[in-house]
Design a protein around this ligand. Structure first.
Ligand code: ADP
Ligand code: MG
Length: 325
């Protein structure tokens, strides 16, 4: 039945107190005003989730939809080495959604926003006869000139990856195959519904120079190709070095590697750096108990990524989901 009163809805989803001193004007005026700190660069990104395209109600509760829509954006800020600060939400509402469910979407976002001390500073509310659409815009900050780009990979660099990959795709598989009652898969399902963006890892990487980075939204293959293309180099990933969780391995190695390479939505960080930096990065991550693994090397080349399996080398293609194909 959608929402009855737009004003009342906005009241409901507005933060009760504003935590940030950087907010000059929050929700309630024509636009928000925030004050940037000196010596910082502003990072901005936006991500849209469409019902039936990016999520289905059968596998994602309203709370999870909100959580994940914000997580995808925070992950982009993390991949730039930044701190997420503010978010804005545009919501396009079909009549089939109840107001309570829409409020739950915001509660999912609030949970994650709380972890990162981020504040909701605005948005837009409209109705539609089409599917639910949630668009989140996130603003973040990074020390001037310290933002991590995809284009900084150089021949001789080490390729690294945080955490484990493939778990989100495995979680979706479990949700679709209705195996959710099996508790041993809880961690995989959670990684699909409530992924953890790697802000702390991104911040650590931003302390070093000559680091390229990209977040895993479309699978390791696709993200590696993006770094290779942006940097004009060749990435060679060793299949046996890809970090996999023990939970995903219960589906067999072949399936696990497929999910890792082409699944996506893990929101880990993949990147490259010099061998000297890598030694220090590994130590720094270990000290903070953050997982990071060397998965390959960068060579001279032209925008392609390869997978090495023992003696064999295969070219990786972007087999992630492409909406325009
Ligand atoms: P205007 O007509 O000036 O665009 P709106 O009535 O759309 O104003 O919005 C009033 C205030 O509420 C603005 O601060 C806007 O950013 C905020 N807002 C509107 N919709 C949302 C939403 N879905 N989520 C968060 N903030 C919203
Ligand atoms: Mg106005």
């Amino acid at each position: 039945m959608g929402i009855k009163d737009e004003f009342a809805f906005i009241q409901k989803i507005s933060p009760k107190r504003s935590s940030s001193q950087d907010i000059i004007v929050g929700i309630g005026d024509d636009a928000a005003i925030v004050r940037p700190n000196i010596n910082t660069d502003i990072i901005a990104c936006k991500d849209t989730m469409v019902e039936g395209v990016h999520f289905k109600r059968e596998t994602m509760s309203p709370y999870h939809i909100g959580y994940k829509a914000l997580a995808a954006n925070i992950s982009d800020i993390a991949a730039m080495g930044g701190i997420p600060t503010f978010y804005l939400v545009s919501i396009v509402i079909p009549p089939s959604w109840e107001e309570d469910e829409l409020v739950e979407i915001y509660e999912g976002m609030e949970e994650l926003a709380g972890i990162h001390e981020m504040a909701l500073i605005g948005g837009d509310t409209v109705s539609t006869k089409g599917p639910l659409v949630v668009t989140v815009t996130v603003l973040g900050k990074v020390e001037q000139g310290k933002g991590l780009k995809r284009s900084d990979a150089k021949p001789g660099d080490v390729i690294f990856l945080t955490g484990t990959v493939g778990d989100s795709a495995a979680g979706l598989h479990i949700l679709l195959s209705d195996n959710t009652k099996d508790m041993k898969y809880d961690s995989l399902v959670r990684r699909h519904q409530q992924p953890l963006p790697q802000v702390e890892a991104g911040r650590m990487l931003a302390l070093f120079s000559s680091v390229s980075a990209n977040d895993i939204s479309d699978g390791v293959a696709s993200e590696a190709i993006e770094i290779a293309e942006a940097s004009g180099v060749k990435l060679i990933i060793d299949r046996y070095l890809l970090p996999l969780s023990k939970e995903i391995l219960t589906f067999g190695e072949e399936q696990a590697y497929k999910w890792a390479l082409f699944g996506g939505e893990d929101y880990e960080l993949i990147g490259t750096t010099s061998p000297e930096n890598w030694e220090q990065i590994e130590v720094a991550f270990n000290e903070k108990n953050l997982a990071i693994t060397k998965i390959g090397v960068v060579q001279k080349g032209t925008g392609k990524a390869f997978l090495q399996i023992g003696e064999e080398t295969l070219e990786l293609k972007k087999e992630g989901y492409n909406h325009f194909r």
